[in-house]
Design a protein around this ligand. Structure first.
Ligand code: PRX
Length: 638
């Protein structure tokens, strides 16, 4: 029995759904949209052009996404767990929030936001650890119509300040601190530092998680718990959801591109809701009562779409884990699966490779028999890791879905459907219904044949495609819609096999994917160059066994400095301060010069080859201003 009328349950149905989604997209999506609750139905299903770009789905409709994620489940699933929270420390008690609990707490916190002056259309920055209150904060913003901008807890004060300025956020929700493995991250102090340069922030609401001593600034800072106490009257357990237009922005999420400054990807309400729900149900073949565990942080798009909105809109139980897979030991994820009898595990190849490096010992005595489906996301998965995952975690009985998508796409675009369409190790395989991928050659022409590689683009709009980059629509047009006419440009390269299956080969622009996190080389270079001992730098990626890609920095430094070891450490610290501790330089090579063309452009191709230790294929170096620097760099390779 299908858990949802629009759940694809065999290969033939996939092909039928796909054909219909392409030939009659309006009818296709309209039928799915009928399964949601609306305050007013749409006037048209979709209107879009990629030229401006202007993209609208379900125009004229009114809704609130939280009514679809919470209210509508209360009758049937009120007592079912919505969120199972597992703390960082296995000795601490876990928490279970039923749909009734979550509804109540979201309504309460919506009152708090309102009392603190947050209005529809305001942007709210959320900087918290992985605790249920993070989910509550996000959903409460959506309930009152404020635009949430979640910033991952690993970002630095400088990064937060940049995002607050860009999004013009006057409100911040944070915690005193966050537990992550052995670390106790002082989130509120980081916020305090960030706010020195953001005097426009009016209110900071602080949830107390780690009980570290804090500086609370009177008139600006307030405790979450005290705010809840203030509104504890009879009616505060209900908060009427704000009426939102289908195209009202739901959230901003900053992501790195090939230029220095991260951009605020804007997603809108209705299309995002429909698409994340549809892809959640179909990719993972979610069945009622399944327990779903997405290990991503809510600070990234995967956490938004498949830890929160997708599962909650489907009435699923979603697991929120505060810690990391390797603390206190490498059995942590397997213990969680065993403890809650988890049915689906969705994680990143980097986590799989890291756990694989501990061997099979951590798996001993762990009962993983509840697992039905496994998923991967964020970077290409190598075949060795795929087989390890399949054999040792899935015990050869759980389909693995390799889901390819991006912050900008809102939801999964290319993936096999668990147990429905075939999995092929290292291939994301076939497009989801509604998605028309294509490959473009070096001359900008679409390649029609199979068994070819090219730049991956998408030819038609789907409901959760990026709408704009916050405050700068032209940047959105330039980045995604101007490279090739009438196409959304992904920045990824792909290979298409004889049967139309796609294998994503990685970024073709200056964006690195380190442990599944996107970082622009320009962003890292800007950070390095802020160190006063640095004259110039160039950053490239190189293959890294665990992280997928490592960061290799070539740096020209000021010769007045004699303690190079200290310089090395200081530069690493500078990058950590400016971007965040997760942007760690894996290798630093000090050089006297960089390979530049006569027009002053750095030939990154050469630097990449040297970092990859592919020294015999550097290509033509005769056009360089000073070909000798290449030999020097080759000889000093780390
Ligand atoms: O290069 C692709 C890679 O991650 C990029 C998107 O990163 P981000 O916006 O941070 O979103 C990550 C989570 C959706 C893509 O351009 N990527 C994502 N999934 C895969 C992938 N590469 C290969 N296979 C995947 N399954």
């Amino acid at each position: 029995m299908k858990s949802f009328p629009y759940q694809i349950s065999n290969l033939e149905e996939y092909h039928q759904a796909y054909q219909k989604s392409i030939k009659q997209p309006a009818q296709f999506w309209e039928e799915i949209a009928q399964n949601f609750i609306w305050k007013k139905k749409w006037d048209s299903v979709s209107e879009w052009n990629f030229k401006d770009p202007k993209i609208e789905w379900f125009k004229g409709a009114q809704l609130n996404i939280t009514e679809n994620c919470l209210d509508r489940h209360l009758n049937k699933f009120g007592d079912q767990a919505a969120i199972i929270w597992e703390p960082n420390n296995p000795n601490e008690q876990n928490r279970v929030l039923t749909y009734n609990d979550l509804y109540k707490q979201v309504c309460q916190f919506s009152h708090v936001l309102k009392n603190n002056g947050v209005k529809k259309g305001d942007t709210v920055c959320i900087y918290m650890g992985m605790i249920p209150e993070l989910a509550i904060a996000v959903l409460s913003c959506a309930r009152i119509g404020a635009i949430h901008s979640v910033v991952f807890g690993g970002f630095s004060a400088q990064s937060i300040s940049d995002r607050l300025h860009d999004a013009k956020s006057e409100f911040v929700i944070t915690c005193d601190g966050a537990f992550r493995g052995q670390k106790n991250i002082p989130l509120k102090s980081v916020i305090d530092e960030a706010l020195i340069s953001c005097p426009f922030v009016k209110r900071v609401i602080v949830y107390s998680r780690t009980q570290i001593p804090l500086n609370m600034i009177e008139g600006r800072d307030t405790w979450w718990e005290e705010e809840i106490k203030k509104i504890e009257t009879k009616n505060c357990n209900i908060f009427e959801a704000e009426v939102m237009e289908a195209e009202d922005p739901l959230f901003i999420l900053y992501t790195s591109g090939s230029t220095g400054k991260p951009k605020g990807v804007v997603h809108s309400t209705a299309g995002y809701m429909i698409y994340t729900n549809y892809t959640f149900i179909n990719t993972f073949q979610y069945q009622t009562n399944d327990i779903f565990f997405c290990t991503a942080d809510i600070g990234w798009i995967t956490g938004h779409s498949y830890l929160l909105y997708g599962p909650l809109s489907a009435g699923a139980t979603t697991v929120l884990f505060e810690g990391i897979p390797t603390w206190p030991n490498a059995s942590r994820l397997w213990d969680i699966i065993d403890k809650f009898k988890i049915n689906t595990l969705y994680t990143a190849p980097t986590a799989i490779r890291s756990l694989m490096s501990y061997g099979l010992e951590p798996l001993k005595g762990k009962d993983l028999s509840s697992l039905k489906v496994l998923g991967t996301v964020g970077e290409p998965i190598n075949e060795e890791a795929w087989h390890w995952y399949n054999t040792n975690i899935g015990k050869n009985k759980c389909p693995i879905v390799d889901t390819w998508w991006q912050t900008e796409t809102g939801g999964i675009l290319i993936s096999n459907l668990a147990g429905i369409t075939p999995a092929i190790p290292s291939f994301a395989t076939l497009p989801m219904p509604g998605i028309v991928p294509c490959l473009i050659d070096e001359n900008g022409k679409e390649i029609e044949e199979n068994n070819v590689s090219g730049n991956l683009c998408i030819k038609q709009a789907w409901p959760s495609i990026i709408r704009t980059t916050f405050g700068d629509h032209e940047r959105c047009r330039k980045t995604y819609f101007s490279t090739y006419e009438n196409k959304y440009y992904t920045g990824d390269g792909a290979f298409r096999d004889a049967n139309g299956n796609y294998r994503i080969t990685g970024r073709v622009d200056d964006v690195l994917n380190v442990s599944g996190h996107r970082i622009g080389t320009a962003e890292i270079e800007n950070a390095i160059n802020q160190h006063k001992g640095v004259i110039e730098s160039a950053v490239v990626g190189y293959p890294h066994d665990i992280k997928g890609q490592g960061i290799y920095a070539y740096i020209i430094y000021n010769k007045n400095i004699d303690d190079v070891i200290a310089l090395n450490n200081n530069i690493t610290q500078t990058v950590s301060n400016i971007i965040g501790p997760f942007a760690k330089l894996d290798k630093i090579q000090f050089v006297n010069g960089l390979p530049k063309t006569r027009s002053g452009k750095i030939m990154r191709r050469i630097l990449r080859k040297i970092a990859e230790n592919d020294l015999n294929n550097l290509g033509d170096t005769t056009t360089l201003l000073d070909p000798n620097v290449v030999n020097e760099i080759k000889n000093g390779r780390i």
